[in-house]
Design a protein around this ligand. Structure first.
Ligand code: ATP
Ligand code: MG
Length: 192
């Protein structure tokens, strides 16, 4: 049996309800067995702006996925040293018993031109672009397996959440309850 596996990478600094809702929607619409949320170990395009360590970001993702059918955390990128490169991740997660789907926000898809090993990425997965109302992204070149899925528009971003926490405002409902507790217990994001 071939497992249909979705891979949604990100910084997840912190993970939020928008990520979880989008992962669940893509899983349902594309008919995936599982969607893995994959926190980047070294998100080289965000160096200097990442706040929580890779281990803490993975712990938050694990908590966010608890009780969500078919959505799980993968630590494959944080166990690898060096910059997080999508082609490496797909190679690590792929196999003859798996069909891979690379799940990207429209903003992330529009940025693919900057990726390392971009051409190596193409044969490894079907790209699934999550489009929130009004968003769209085209493939970075010919011959990509490419599809679009409309996902619920939850206007939440990790950077806004960090600013909110630093200002002492609540993030309840924007972030899963177990993650809110984790952020409070560890005192994460309290200074901007
Ligand atoms: P930042 O504010 O730092 O950009 P972010 O909230 O966009 O953070 P990322 O970790 O960069 O979080 O996002 C990982 C993936 O999830 C990206 O592909 C991004 O497009 C997508 N994504 C981010 N926010 C949402 C959301 N509210 N709904 C659906 N997808 C989202
Ligand atoms: Mg973003």
């Amino acid at each position: 049996m071939v497992e249909r596996l979705g891979i949604l990478g990100g910084t997840f600094d912190p993970v939020h309800a928008g990520h979880v809702a989008a992962a669940a929607e893509v899983r349902a619409v594309v008919g995936l067995d599982r969607v893995l949320l994959v926190p980047a170990g070294d998100p080289w395009q965000k160096r200097g702006t990442v706040v929580a360590s890779a281990a803490l970001r993975a712990e938050m993702v694990t908590r966010a996925c608890e009780g969500v059918d078919g959505v799980e955390c993968s630590t494959v990128e944080i166990e690898r040293v060096g910059p997080s490169v999508t082609a490496d991740t797909l190679e690590a997660l792929g196999g003859t018993d798996r069909e891979l789907f690379l799940v990207l926000g429209a903003d992330a898809a529009a940025n693919m031109g900057t990726w390392r090993r971009l051409e190596d990425t193409r044969p490894l997965a079907t790209v699934v672009v999550m489009e929130r109302a009004g968003e769209h992204a085209d493939p970075p070149g010919p011959n990509w397996r490419w599809r679009h899925v409309a996902v619920p528009r939850l206007d939440i971003s990790s950077s806004e959440l960090r600013a909110r926490i630093a200002a002492g405002r609540p993030v309840d409902g924007l972030v899963p309850p177990a993650v809110v507790r984790f952020i409070k217990d560890r005192g994460l994001y309290t200074s901007s």
